[in-house]
Design a binder for this molecule. Structure first.
Ligand code: ADP
Length: 368
């Protein structure tokens, strides 16, 4: 019942209940005094009756008012007290409580709104803690990934200074290593820069209609040519009659596919086989990039799109890599409104999938 209704009813009650009470007092008192005790309805008996009646009426008034005021104020004050206690807890940064009300009045509604506000605040606080933790991990990873090559460069420079590289061949080898390490650092810094620009949403995207069939046909042709030398294969599987036109930033898409293909080439322990498989439904074009490489364990799959995440097998190998390639790909695909995910089996191979929303199909608009 709403508070307004409750107040109106209690006011009516404060009038109606005493009136009924007065009648009852009059009847019962009159019956007891004049019928049961056989008193006379005049003189001293009548004035006694009038005094008793007055006292009884005052009592009826006090009890009715007292009970109604107690009930109405309790039903308003106790949720207010609960809310005030909850607000105090929140002001002390304590969000681990629950406030609930099954009343259907204005205060019940306010309590429910308060509870959903508390849940939102709690979520925001947890997200903030997670964000802070990610930030710290990111700084630790960046520091580690920059410190390792720097330490190696320092070691080689010291070796040269101390005359350890005492033959022209040794000196050349030292210089080559220093050059390669600085080159890797340069690439890492470029990736970091790209990653942070994507993270801050400061990288502009230029969307156009892209036919993924011709996009991948070009890509695969080049890759197949490159792999032919090592007896590897790269093929594109698609149904030519289907439409694979999407709204995408061609350059960013190239970057995504390059990152994925580079991984397929990097994490490979046998003759290379890369298959790009295109499928579509009325809303999306789906791309699968499948390789027959070392694969990823089921436990690692949920984490590989996180920044700086590298599986144990790749960390222990000599492939190099920053652990940023897939997180950059994920951010770019998400900036297209798409999704990216992975599947695979350790020792057998990996499939990376992504889906992009279909663009309008006007063949003449397509930029091949
Ligand atoms: P990295 O620079 O280490 O390659 P990525 O973000 O591109 O970083 O990939 C994250 C990790 O996922 C890699 O370190 C590797 O362990 C795993 N991974 C990614 N692609 C493949 C693949 N095609 N085959 C096997 N492992 C892969």
């Amino acid at each position: 019942m709403s508070i307004k209704k409750r107040l109106v009813l209690s006011n009516i009650g404060m009038i109606v209940i005493p009136i009924i009470g007065f009648f009852l007092v009059e009847i019962i008192l009159g019956y007891v005094l004049f019928v049961i005790f056989n008193r006379e309805p005049y003189g001293a008996d009548l004035s006694r009756f009038l005094i008793f009646r007055l006292i009884a009426m005052i009592l009826v008034l006090i009890i009715t008012n007292g009970l109604l005021t107690y009930y109405v104020s309790k039903s308003i004050l106790s949720p207010i007290q609960k809310l005030s206690l909850a607000a105090k807890k929140i002001s002390k940064d304590d969000l681990d409580f629950r406030i609930k009300s099954n009343k259907k009045d204005e205060l019940g509604e306010l309590t429910q709104t308060f509870e959903s506000m508390r849940l939102k605040l709690k979520e925001a606080k947890e997200a903030q803690v997670q964000y802070e933790q990610n930030r710290q991990e990111l700084i630790a990873s960046i520091s580690h990934d920059l410190k390792t090559p720097l330490t190696s460069i320092k070691g080689y420079v010291k070796g040269i200074q101390d005359g350890v590289a005492n033959t022209p061949e040794k000196l050349e080898r030292y210089m080559d290593t220093i050059y390669k390490t600085t080159h890797d650092m340069d690439a890492l810094i470029d990736e970091l820069f790209l990653y942070s620009k994507l993270d801050l949403k400061q990288l502009p995207f230029h969307f156009e209609k892209v036919d993924l069939y011709s996009f991948f046909a070009d890509f695969i042709e080049e890759l197949a040519f490159q792999l032919e030398k090592e007896q590897g294969t790269a093929i594109l599987v698609a149904n030519k009659d289907d439409s694979y036109i999407v709204e995408a930033d061609r350059e960013k898409l190239k970057r995504v596919v390059t990152n994925l293909i580079q991984n397929s080439l990097k994490y490979m322990d046998k003759q290379k086989e890369i298959i790009v498989h295109l499928t579509s439904d009325p809303d999306y074009v789906y791309v699968e990039i499948k390789d027959n490489g070392i694969g990823i364990s089921k436990e690692d799959i949920p984490f590989i799109f996180e920044s700086f995440y590298r599986t144990d097998s790749s960390r222990n190998s000599s492939t190099g890599g920053s652990g940023l390639g897939l997180s950059i790909a994920k951010k770019m695909i998400e900036a297209h409104g798409g999704e990216i995910w992975a599947d695979g089996e350790l020792g057998k191979g990996t499939s990376i999938y992504f889906k992009l929303k279909k663009g309008d199909i006007h063949a003449e608009d397509i930029d091949h």
